[in-house]
Design a protein around this ligand. Structure first.
Ligand SMILES: [Fe+2]
Ligand SMILES: [Fe+2]
Length: 263
């Protein structure tokens, strides 16, 4: 009997995920150390083959899925923003909440979100695993969205209270919040290498602080009747809980290597 040739078939979603995220190349004209300088990648400096085998993110999303999800999130927030403007929501909220806890968050957070764009891009270029670099690319787009969305929401409120302009000028004034924020985010993000960003920004700060802050603020906003901020902050938090997972596999890679070498 004549053999029947196998029908060509498209890879499944999971096969394509692995194919796309584990695609690496062998540089011919530069060494691995030149392509991933230690100052930008960080220490301990493991060979790229080790990263390719061990980096395994728990949150697996393809670019096509990412774009679709993000579009839906923005659509929801912007339609709620329109409804809030029509209902003159800002003038109906408790001024203690509006000029206090809400104003503090929405003016202190947007510029640090821009520093997080830098941190994510550093990992997107200098992380040594394909999956790490791809997830950090999405992370940089997330953080751009967070910074721009919260600056926009602050700008909407300036005619109610001029304090909301601090969303734009936070890093360019001197005060305890801005001094602390500049130094802290320089340390863990803008002056940090890819490994430090994975461990201090995503594993430490985003898991330990951002997720808690955004969940608590969404609950507080909903209780105060601020359905716009509740929706916006919940939508941001869904991004944070995804890219906060970038650091776990970095830490696990180091733990696995230490275990194998008896360390
Ligand atoms: Fe963010
Ligand atoms: Fe983040």
């Amino acid at each position: 009997m004549k053999p029947v040739p196998n029908e060509p078939r498209l890879p499944t979603r999971d096969e394509f995920y692995d194919l796309a995220n584990r695609l690496e190349w062998t540089p011919k004209y530069v060494s691995e150390e030149e392509l991933f300088p230690v100052d930008m990648h960080g220490l301990p400096y493991l060979p790229i083959d080790v990263w390719a085998k061990t980096y395994d993110a728990p949150y697996k999303v393809l670019y096509r899925e990412y774009v679709k999800n993000q579009r839906q999130k923005d659509q929801m927030v912007f339609s709620v923003r329109d409804a809030a403007a029509r209902a003159e929501l800002d003038r109906k909220l408790d001024p203690v909440y509006h000029g206090g806890a809400f104003c503090f968050h929405i003016t202190a957070i947007p510029i640090p979100e821009y520093t997080a764009v830098v941190g994510e891009l550093r990992m997107a270029r200098f992380g040594k695993a394909g999956e790490w670099r791809n997830l950090a690319t999405y992370g940089s787009m997330d953080e751009t969205r967070h910074a721009q969305l919260q600056i926009l929401l602050s700008h909407d409120k300036i005619n109610i209270n001029p304090k909301f302009a601090y969303a734009h000028k936070l890093f360019w004034v001197d005060g305890w919040v801005s001094d602390f924020a500049r130094k802290f985010f320089d340390d863990i993000i803008t002056a940090a290498d890819a490994v430090e960003n994975a461990l201090m920004l995503t594993f430490g700060f985003e898991t330990g602080f951002t997720n808690l802050q955004f969940v608590a603020y969404a609950a507080m906003a909903n209780k105060a009747g601020d359905f716009l901020f509740g929706t916006a902050v919940a939508s941001i938090q869904t991004d944070e809980s995804r890219h906060a997972q970038i650091g776990h596999p970095v830490l696990k890679t180091y733990a696995d290597v230490a275990k194998l070498s008896g360390g």
